[in-house]
Design a protein around this ligand. Sequence first.
Ligand SMILES: [Zn+2]
Length: 333
Amino acid sequence: MPIPKAELHLHIEGTLEPELAFALAARNGVDLPYADTEELRKAYDFDDLQSFLDLYYGLMAVLRTEADFEELADAYLARAAGQGVRHAEIFFDPQAHIARGVPIGTVVEGLSRALDRSEERHGVSTRLIMCFLRDESAESAMETLRAARPHLDRIIGVGLDSAEVGHPPAKFKEVYEAAAALGLRLVAHAGEEGPPSYITEALDVLRVERVDHGLRCVEDPALVERLAAERVPLTLCPLSNVRLRTIDVLADHPLPRMLDAGLMCTVNSDDPAYFGGYAGDNFDAVREALGLDEERLRTLARNSFEAAFLDRDAGEEALRARYLAEVEAYSFD
Ligand SMILES: [Zn+2]
């Protein structure tokens, strides 16, 4: 069994495997521009961000009903469990669905059906985080937050994703303030393709508690020092970085340097159906390509639970303690 870990950077829409895409397309009468799963799987072998985004948003057309979202989440949780994931904080993109005429309530209720059964069925505790599309307007984000109001008992936080460059965190200052006032936890993608200054902005203007990716902090030594001193968790996604050409090859990934610098790194899968692997696959890949020893793998696993939003009450703290004990007790043999 792989080492126990929490997954903190996972877009549920990015877990849509070709087989499920075809099954849902058939059920909903959606025509996919691919002959079969084989041809679709070949399309998953895209070579740049735009071809990925085209495919990603195109395939979302098959997700229409609560049952579709339930099946999507349940399939992810089953796979994640097999890769040692014990706790998953799952992103979803309401705007991408609302724009297609699928209300946020359908998405949240469908996902929640799978999440509510997850501990019992898969042994994975779960939380839901809704992301704003940063290439949409700040007004649209605010509207989305309003639309989410009736569902906030199901949603623990907000995030910020999609095309980063040209859409700095500060654009969303007001909506993050509004989310904080509602008691929501705050995270944001920053420093993936955008500059290190976006990471600083996410911390100082949006007041995020975790930075998603944050990879480009390595270009700014003062920022690295700050992130290390403040123990800001970074949710790295190594296989995603290679597929989206943020780095050329995995052997060049700065993860070992980042750990040396005292950064609180975690390893996650981002959009695993598209980027070549789930959380455990990412652990295996960095272990192999970067020669990480067992102690460092254990540190990454420990970090993931320490960075998880499991601090609301004594019950959550006890759950976190149990997961951390599993990490310490884990034997790599
Ligand atoms: Zn992401």
